[in-house]
Design a protein around this ligand. Structure first.
Ligand code: HEM
Length: 254
């Protein structure tokens, strides 16, 4: 276990957790109006209607898979299903969900690049976020599809390394050796994932922490047509602001 291992797997995750939590509190207190997806639906909705659900539902399944794979100890699942069955199900579901997520983000980026107004509304911060988000998904898929293979070609069981480390973080007893034993595919994936978590409070990704629940309970917005205009007054002036006298025809007769 090298000092770099201690830094990456023993210290960095907590620094990122601190940046994430303190950053979200800071953003909520000082930039509530900026707490938004900055939706671009108004500019383009045909592609968005397909790409957005494919990406978001794909990601939800990926998230559910992460929670299962990382939180449920292998000893427990071994009692109910064999390692082979578990692996087959995780591999199939993970690949389908991961590919859907990747296809969704690819389509979202294509739309953003090719729809003029959407591209104009894209900041440098957005571009950085897209690069890191896509990299996290790509390296996740690399880890899944290669089975995190070791240099000698053996498949690596992440539930004996990554998952053990992940749970050890939650009880504040980081098992650095467990994570140091994982293969590069998982290490790269997790480092990119941590970078993404650190970026969340400072990007559009904050929207993931908001559900517009008040929409369900707020009063209706009532739209009414205007009252018909009253007849023009006899003095000939039209309804509205008094003219300020900057144009000849606005000047009142003396
Ligand atoms: C530090 C946090 C993370 C850890 C510990 C982690 C761990 C893992 C592991 C162990 C796998 C392999 C699962 C398998 O082969 O069955 C995986 C796959 C994957 N990860 Fe992550 N991951 C993290 C963050 C992220 C983030 C932030 C994203 C994307 C936003 C992401 C997207 C993916 C995808 C798309 C796959 C492939 C599909 C799948 O197997 O679910 N991961 N991750």
């Amino acid at each position: 276990m090298s000092p770099l291992d201690i830094l990456l797997w023993g210290v960095l995750p907590y620094v990122v957790a601190l940046v994430l939590i303190a950053g979200l509190v800071w953003r909520y207190r000082y930039d509530q109006f900026g707490w938004t997806t900055r939706s671009s639906q108004l500019y383009e909705s045909r592609l968005l209607r397909i790409a957005s659900p494919v990406f978001h539902f794909g990601l939800l399944v990926v998230l559910a898979g992460h929670l299962m794979g990382l939180l449920i100890p292998k000893d427990l699942t071994d009692r109910f299903v064999s390692q082979e069955t578990y692996h087959l199900v995780a591999l199939t579901a993970g690949t389908v969900a991961g590919v859907a997520t990747l296809a969704g983000i690819a389509l979202l980026i294509y739309r953003r690049r090719t729809t003029g107004p959407v591209f104009l509304a894209t900041t440098r911060n957005d571009k950085l976020m897209y690069v890191i988000l896509t990299a996290a998904i790509v390296f996740g898929l690399v880890a899944t599809l290669t089975g995190g293979q070791t240099p000698t070609g053996e498949e690596h069981n992440y539930r004996e390394t990554v998952s053990v480390w992940f749970r050890s973080l939650l009880v504040l007893q980081p098992d650095v050796a467990a994570m140091a034993a994982a293969t590069w595919q998982f290490k790269v994936h997790i480092l990119v994932g941590l970078a993404l978590f650190a970026l969340v409070p400072f990007s559009r990704l904050v929207h993931a922490f908001t559900v517009p629940l008040h929409y369900l309970f707020r009063p209706y917005v009532v739209y009414r047509s205007r009252d018909p205009l009253p007849p023009a007054p006899s003095h000939g002036r039209v309804r509205g602001w008094d003219p300020v006298g900057t144009r000849d025809r606005d000047r009142k007769p003396r």
